[in-house]
Design a protein around this ligand. Structure first.
Ligand SMILES: *Cc1c(COP(=O)(O)O)cnc(C)c1O
Length: 380
């Protein structure tokens, strides 16, 4: 095995994480909904201008709460892109939905709005969009179709926290949005997530579902004099220790985003000409989108070339990764009728897309090693 010299991802400390963990113990409250949880929620609400933000144990769990809020019945359908992480589909399937996979646009990897209308049926209960790489979907087109059929839009905004579409923050455009604070995301506490609620009709029930089906949140606000079991729910609250770590990161979101912006542009600037020479596709950011610099990817001409490149980089100690295996062709996706050719763009990207090492502390010298290796691969 070659030694790993440049890893794909590395979590980084912003400064106050450890001090805040100590403070959580000093406050003698390390379970959920403590001081740091409230600080994180308030920061998200104020910065984003969202009606309500609640921390969850993961983006997957936030998606599950969204699924429960929809009151899904057997046969109900949820439309979602075939090119996304498993949880975007699984959270809804777990709570009774049939996933309806839709293909992506070849330029942004976002749900192809031109195909949306054809996927809507009387059983459609939600449209889930993913702002891939933190670049906003065409929300004007998606919302206009969704509004026409009165279907709620859920933004799986795992990549897109603090990104914007036409000046509006991603995650504040659909009825519900979910965030991830997993180690691989821009802002992290290891494992964590948040649910953003832009529609008042969901806020109270979301709190209940997150609190094991009890009205405990209302009790702690002094709105009722005892709390009890009122609905279905589960334990979706993160420990206040994790919220302490998260607050330190959230307070520094602009610094994190600026750091990542420099890294992204360093790759982009040095790859533009190379990409043209070797028929390689680079990320595209429409002018109406402010991206989050979540990742840097390249699209190779074929699966064979991509696999050779991964191996070539690995021999130089550089870790690059690919995703996503299109959901409609996965073992589970096939059970819902998925077959090859259903979503050709997702299938191509599953074969040809490659993500380069990207983390806040990657140095310019390390990036230059990656760039040199890419150059050498095609012209040894
Ligand atoms: C990371 C990710 C998730 C899952 O996030 P967790 O916090 O790990 O549950 C969901 N959707 C997308 C698009 C993701 O990238």
């Amino acid at each position: 095995m070659t030694e790993i010299l440049i890893d794909f991802n590395k979590p980084t400390l912003c400064g106050n994480e450890i001090a805040y963990i100590m403070q959580a113990f000093e406050r003698a409250h390390i379970s959920g909904d403590g001081y740091f949880t409230k600080q994180c929620q308030q920061l998200l609400e104020e910065e984003l201008g969202v009606r309500k933000a609640i921390l969850t144990t993961s983006c997957t769990h936030a998606l599950e709460i969204a699924a429960l809020l929809l009151n899904l019945q057997p046969g109900d359908e949820v439309i979602l892109p075939a090119f996304t992480f498993v949880s975007t589909a699984n959270a809804f399937v777990l709570h009774g939905a049939t996933p309806v996979f839709i293909d992506i646009r070849p330029d942004t990897m976002n749900l192809n709005e031109d195909l949306l209308q054809s996927k809507i049926t009387p059983r459609t209960k939600a449209i889930v969009v993913v702002h891939y790489a933190g670049v906003g979907c065409n929300m004007d087109a998606i919302l206009s179709i969704a509004r026409r059929y009165h279907i709620p839009v859920i933004e799986d905004n795992a990549h897109g926290l603090f990104g914007k579409y036409r000046g509006r923050y991603l995650g504040t455009i659909g009825e519900i949005a979910t965030q991830s604070f997993h180690e691989t995301k821009n802002i992290t506490c290891g494992e964590g997530g948040a649910l953003l609620l832009n529609d008042a009709k969901y806020t109270e029930r979301a709190e209940i579902i997150r609190e094991k089906g009890t009205n405990r949140s209302r009790f702690f606000r002094g709105q009722i004099d005892k709390y009890t079991w009122v609905d279905i729910g589960s334990s979706f609250l993160p420990s206040d220790i994790l919220a302490a770590v998260l607050l330190a990161q959230l307070e520094n979101w602009q610094t994190i985003q600026n750091t990542r912006k420099k890294i992204w542009h360093h790759y982009h600037q040095h790859l533009t000409q190379w990409a043209q020479q070797h028929r390689i596709q680079l990320p595209f950011v429409p002018p109406e989108c402010e991206q989050t610099y979540h990742m840097y990817y390249i699209v190779l001409p074929s699966l064979e070339i991509r696999q050779e490149l991964i191996e070539y980089l690995r021999r130089r100690g550089i870790v690059s990764v690919f995703h996503y295996q299109p959901l409609h062709l996965s073992e589970m996706g096939r059970k819902f009728g998925g077959k090859p050719g259903d979503c050709p763009v997702s299938e191509k990207m599953g074969d040809c897309l490659l993500r380069l090492p990207f983390y806040n502390t990657i140095s310019e010298a390390e990036q230059d090693s990656v760039l040199k290796a890419l150059q050498d691969f095609f012209s040894p």
